[in-house]
Design a protein around this ligand. Structure first.
Ligand SMILES: C[S@@+](CC[C@H](N)C(=O)[O-])C[C@H]1O[C@@H](n2cnc3c(N)ncnc32)[C@H](O)[C@@H]1O
Length: 231
């Protein structure tokens, strides 16, 4: 069975878990990998690796880096084991990242790359995962994740951005990758700010970032309109 067919069957069985209508395009995979700025010395964890569209590109970029993929769907995990060279695959959830990487032998990872369906999740799912990611990372680590433009109208998308701002010292956003279904952009989050005792962010988020003044959506809608106007 093709990877695409396995993916589609997975979506049909459990749409909120898979959270996408197709695997990431090679263009989005390229953007994610470049945004992560990988070296062979980095210990890398990928969350929600699916059929490996980003994983394979990571492997190509850094053939010798230690790489673990977390993919709880057993049929997708089997594809990753079969198709990606020199990879460790865990069928556990992203929430368990600190325990998974400790057992893996790299208690602090340098890069976390995510294909998780953030916009489908309520706060009580999102926050423990961001907390687990930040708690698993080296102080100079980098987290990259994509999110769909079409998801930006739901509150969960704004909440993801708030969580990134709260749990990381610096957060950037890429241009939109139009050659993906749906189009997506990448968040790049540096310097995790987790208090090692409480496993909570040490950063107090200014009130103005918490909601109504968030202009991400406006910027995206403007970018969409500008694109429509282009010949
Ligand atoms: C949007 S798909 C992305 C697949 C692939 N990374 C890509 O870009 O094509 C989301 C993936 O996250 C996995 N997933 C869902 N919930 C998860 C969780 N809590 N922890 C780890 N992976 C999860 C799903 O099984 C699915 O493979």
């Amino acid at each position: 069975m093709s990877d695409m067919l396995t993916f589609i069957k997975g979506v049909a069985k459990n749409p909120t878990k898979i959270g996408a209508i197709s695997p990431s395009s090679p263009y989005l995979a390229e953007r994610m990998v470049k945004a992560a700025s990988l070296t062979n010395e980095h210990a890398i964890a990928e969350l929600g690796a699916g059929t490996g569209s980003i994983t394979k590109r990571i492997r190509e970029e850094v053939p010798r880096a230690p790489l673990i993929a977390l993919e709880p769907d057993p049929s997708l995990a089997a594809i990753l084991r079969r198709e990606v060279e020199r990879i460790d695959v865990s069928e556990r959830f992203a929430e368990d990242l600190p325990e998974v990487v400790a057992e893996w032998g790299h208690p602090k990872v340098d890069r976390v790359i995510s294909g998780l369906p953030w916009a489908m999740w309520p706060a009580w799912v999102q926050e423990p995962i961001i907390d687990a990611i930040a708690a698993s990372m080296a102080p100079d680590g980098r987290f990259v994740t994509f999110t769909y433009v079409t998801s930006q109208i739901v509150p969960a998308a704004a909440r993801l951005r708030e969580l990134l701002l709260r749990y990381f010292g610096e957060v950037h956003r890429s241009q939109i990758q139009w050659a993906n279904l749906p189009p997506a952009f990448v968040y790049i989050a540096d310097r995790p700010l987790v208090d090692p005792l409480s496993r909570r962010s040490t950063k107090k988020l200014p009130v103005r970032l918490m909601g109504v003044n968030d202009n991400t959506l406006q910027r995206i809608l403007k970018e969409l309109k500008d694109r429509d106007r282009r010949p």
